[in-house]
Design a protein around this ligand. Structure first.
Ligand code: NAD
Ligand code: TYD
Length: 351
């Protein structure tokens, strides 16, 4: 078990980061947890309200593109461990506007690595953990799985920017011997996810009885992982992963988009007391995403055999928990649907 005192989490007000912050602050009261987040449209302090007053938690509003702010934050809080999640994360937005993905995801990661390197070389830092995606591996046909040695083949501006950041992290390990680890995870879902991603968007639209947009033929396949399972895997990696290693994380829950959406429709017809099939009637096939990757699927053998981790929440159970959370937190959903969101949504689906 690695020794940790002061841990910096970037992007801790976003979807996955907010679950990680809550987990670390409550499970490890002896760690000082610092959350560095710019609060873009995807960052929301409501997500981490439960820990905002905890004595071992500090929030800093800052931009990872501001190298000085990153350096100052690490030295002020005597950071020994960095878990880096801050990113522009939505593929459709990267197709509309690649540049913010290139700056935040690549240059922002470089700023963190540079600041961490100074601390490491002074003997003050021990771990840089970079969170990445399975999308860096490209698209699979009907057969096969991504392993840790699959060749990188990113195909969207988002995945290309994440691939570049992964390569920087590995390059800093090889060149400067920085103690890094890296994980590539499949599609997460659960509470606090911004309603531009497929699942929260579908849940929101079913509540509002709006069309459920399915790109292309709906037969693209994703592997889905309940966010709390990802957090458990990250906890293990933070404490036990071998330095310089990369790990794939997935839910062993492959499904086509259309089948996934139908599962949500069935769950929600029951929860909302609607007639069977009522929500499915809202399904609307729309123009496909440009360059839409066909299939992602993960081989989780490495993390299972080395660290004894596997997903514990089944897809059906996870979807029910997620739907319940969104129905019980309708205020959260209303508050994030700002003018910016309405404009984005209108632009996205008027094409
Ligand atoms: P998210 O979009 O919900 O949250 C991103 C967070 O980063 C937000 O709080 C935002 O304010 C912050 N941020 C953005 N730009 C910033 C900047 N310049 N400076 C500081 N903070 C900034 O993203 P998420 O879904 O929680 O993803 C977190 C990480 O996990 C990302 O690196 C993403 O690539 C990776 N990942 C996500 C998934 C998924 O399914 N969501 C799967 C695998 C990997
Ligand atoms: P998304 O949640 O954006 O995640 P990613 O692109 O990172 O996998 O999309 C998941 C899948 O759902 C992807 O194949 C695209 C598809 N999709 C739709 O069919 N309709 C939608 O409105 C959205 C947002 C996504």
């Amino acid at each position: 078990m690695r020794s940790i005192h002061n841990i910096l989490v970037t992007g801790g007000a976003g979807f996955i980061g907010s679950h990680l912050i809550q987990h670390l602050v409550t499970k490890y009261p002896n760690y000082n947890v610092v959350n560095f987040d710019k609060l873009t449209y995807a960052g929301n302090l409501e997500n981490i309200k439960s820990v905002e007053r905890a004595s071992n938690y500090t929030f800093i509003k800052g931009d990872i593109l501001d190298a000085q702010a990153v350096t100052d934050c690490m030295s002020k809080h005597n950071i020994d461990t960095v878990v880096h999640l801050a990113a522009e994360s939505h593929v459709d937005r990267s197709i509309e506007d690649p540049n913010s993905f290139l700056t935040t995801n690549i240059l922002g990661t470089a700023n963190l690595l540079n600041a961490f390197r100074t601390r490491f070389e002074n003997g003050d830092a021990t771990l840089f953990y970079h969170i990445s995606t399975d999308e860096v591996f490209g698209s699979l046909g009907t057969e096969g799985l991504f392993t840790e040695t699959t060749r990188y083949d990113p195909r969207s501006p988002y995945s290309a920017s994440k691939a570049a950041s992964d390569h920087l992290v590995s390059a800093y390990h090889h060149t400067y011997k920085l103690p890094v680890i890296l994980s590539n995870c499949s599609n997460n879902y659960g509470p606090n996810q911004f309603p531009e991603k497929l699942l929260p968007l579908i849940i929101n639209n079913i509540v509002e009885q709006k069309p459920l947009p399915i790109y292309g033929d709906g037969l693209n396949v994703r592997d889905w992982l309940y966010v709390q399972d990802h957090i458990e895997a990250m906890d293990l990696l933070i404490h036990e992963a071998a330095i310089g290693e990369n790990y794939n994380i997935g839910g062993n829950a492959e499904v086509t988009n259309i089948d996934l959406v139908k599962m949500v429709c069935n769950i929600m017809d029951t929860s909302l007391g609607r007639c069977e099939g009522e929500s499915e009637n809202l399904i609307t096939y729309v123009t496909d995403r440009k360059g839409h990757d066909r299939r992602y699927a993960i081989d989780t053998t490495k993390i299972k055999t080395q660290l004894n981790w596997q997903a514990s929440v089944s897809l059906h159970e996870g979807l029910k928990k997620t739907v319940n959370w969104y129905l019980e937190n309708s205020d959260w959903l209303e508050n994030v649907k700002t003018k910016e969101y309405q404009n984005y949504y209108k632009k996205q689906y008027s094409k």
